[in-house]
Design a protein around this ligand. Structure first.
Ligand code: NDP
Ligand code: PHD
Length: 369
């Protein structure tokens, strides 16, 4: 469905982007420039960029040309005083600075939707994949610390490789029972490393079986996202019984992270059929769709029947990059796991900026912004 056909009555909000010149920041700027209700009014980056127009500061790498209006915005330092007109700030900041800068905005009572890893495991901060666990936004009032802040909060979205794993798992667990162990191999695009990212002489004609710090994030992030929330106790109930083993690999693909996921169900005497798992995936409807978030995909999961799909070049733009493509749902031949699937997600749309924007839309609809 086109973005504009399901937005009637959605309130207008003014937005800013921190880290506007980066790989994720550019994607934010483009998606916000095309957004019918979020207006991009402020952009920030490092000292290297401040004082320049956005057009001068950025090395634009999107396939759509830069919208005229955002090209004229003046890039400022990432200080709350430059963003005081914003109802929402999106952060695509490098993790070396994101932690402190995002905290400063929170303390200045400005809502922040972050892509960076810094606050994902903080006890009071929601870690939200918009087509999985929007209910975790319910902890925002507690996280604001009543009496201290009226508007400010931080909501994180997950690591871009985790997103392609937890969305199919949420769908499968909703209909087919608990999954207790997974083993994941990822094949991750070079844009995941930002810009300029991985040197061309390292990645052309090559794969690199190492992404610093990546494998360590898979289990803790999946446990928090797929867990519950106790609003009265003001805490997240993590899925501590879920075990995730991961191997992450960089491949010469521009955009689109692939994950091959082997699953072992909790109840091995009643393992669902492949057909039941396929139905769970294709029938899955997320809360973002039910709330009619303007950017919500028509289908959170695009189930692929072709033997050789999904593939990054062909499938990363499914539903404007907001849908995860899943295929190759198959029974495992060995005894260690029950079933496997292959997932493909756009790492800078549903894996990053698009997720933050969907989270913000849901927060507006739920009255938190
Ligand atoms: N790329 C992806 O697929 C994903 C990335 N992320 C996360 O999102 C964040 C952004 O990633 P990405 O866009 O790839 O990174 P980039 O390296 O491409 O961009 C980093 C941005 O941070 C800004 N910045 C750097 N240092 C400072 C500073 N001292 N003060 C203010 N701004 C600063 C840069 O501004 P300047 O140009 O002025 O230096 C730039 O705008 C990271 O935390 C990353 O881990 C999360 C999910 C997916
Ligand atoms: N590390 C991811 C992108 C990323 O920045 O992850 P995180 O937001 O968890 O630091 C990749 O290289 O593909």
């Amino acid at each position: 469905m086109a973005l504009t056909t399901k937005t009637a009555g959605f309130p207008k909000r003014k937005c800013g982007v921190l880290g506007c010149t980066g790989s994720v920041g550019q994607r934010f700027s483009l998606l916000l420039a095309q957004h019918p209700h979020f207006e991009l009014v402020a952009v920030g980056a490092s000292d290297r960029s401040k004082g320049k127009t956005y057009r001068e500061a950025v090395n634009w790498k999107q396939t759509t040309s830069m919208p005229l209006k955002i090209g004229e915005l003046l890039v400022t330092e990432c200080k709350p005083e430059h963003f005081k007109d914003c109802d929402i700030v999106f952060s695509g900041l490098d993790s070396s600075v994101a932690g402190d800068v995002e905290t400063e905005f929170y303390l200045a009572d400005i809502p922040v939707f972050s892509n960076a890893k810094n606050h994902r495991q903080a006890p009071g901060i929601p870690l939200v994949v918009p087509t999985v666990n929007l209910s975790h936004l319910d902890l925002i009032p507690a996280h604001r610390q009543p009496g201290k802040r009226e508007k400010g909060f931080i909501v994180c979205n997950s690591n871009c490789a985790v997103i392609g794993i937890v969305i199919p798992l949420a769908a499968i667990q909703a209909k087919c029972g608990v999954v207790k162990q997974i083993n994941v191999f990822t094949l991750q695009a070079i844009s995941g490393a930002g810009y300029p990212g991985v040197p061309s002489s390292d990645i052309i004609d090559n794969v690199i079986p190492y992404i610093s710090g990546e494998e360590e994030k898979m289990q803790p992030e999946a446990r928090k996202i797929l867990g519950g929330v106790d609003v009265r106790a003001k805490e997240f109930l993590e899925r501590v019984d879920l075990e995730v083993a991961a191997k992450c690999i960089r491949v010469p693909v521009q955009d689109g992270h692939m994950a091959v996921v082997q699953m072992r169900f909790g109840d091995r005497k009643n393992v669902p059929s492949v057909e039941a798992v396929k139905s769970a995936l294709s029938d899955y409807v997320s809360e973002a769709q039910i709330l009619a978030c303007p950017s919500a995909p028509e289908k959170a999961i695009t189930l692929m029947a072709e033997r050789d799909r999904p593939q990054p070049r062909l499938d990363r733009d499914a539903d404007r990059g907001y849908s995860v493509s899943v295929g190759q749902v198959e029974k495992e031949s060995g005894a260690l796991f029950d079933m496997r699937f292959t997932a493909l997600s756009h790492n800078t749309i549903i894996g990053a900026a698009g997720s933050s924007i969907l989270n913000a839309e849901a927060a507006v609809i739920k009255g938190f912004v």
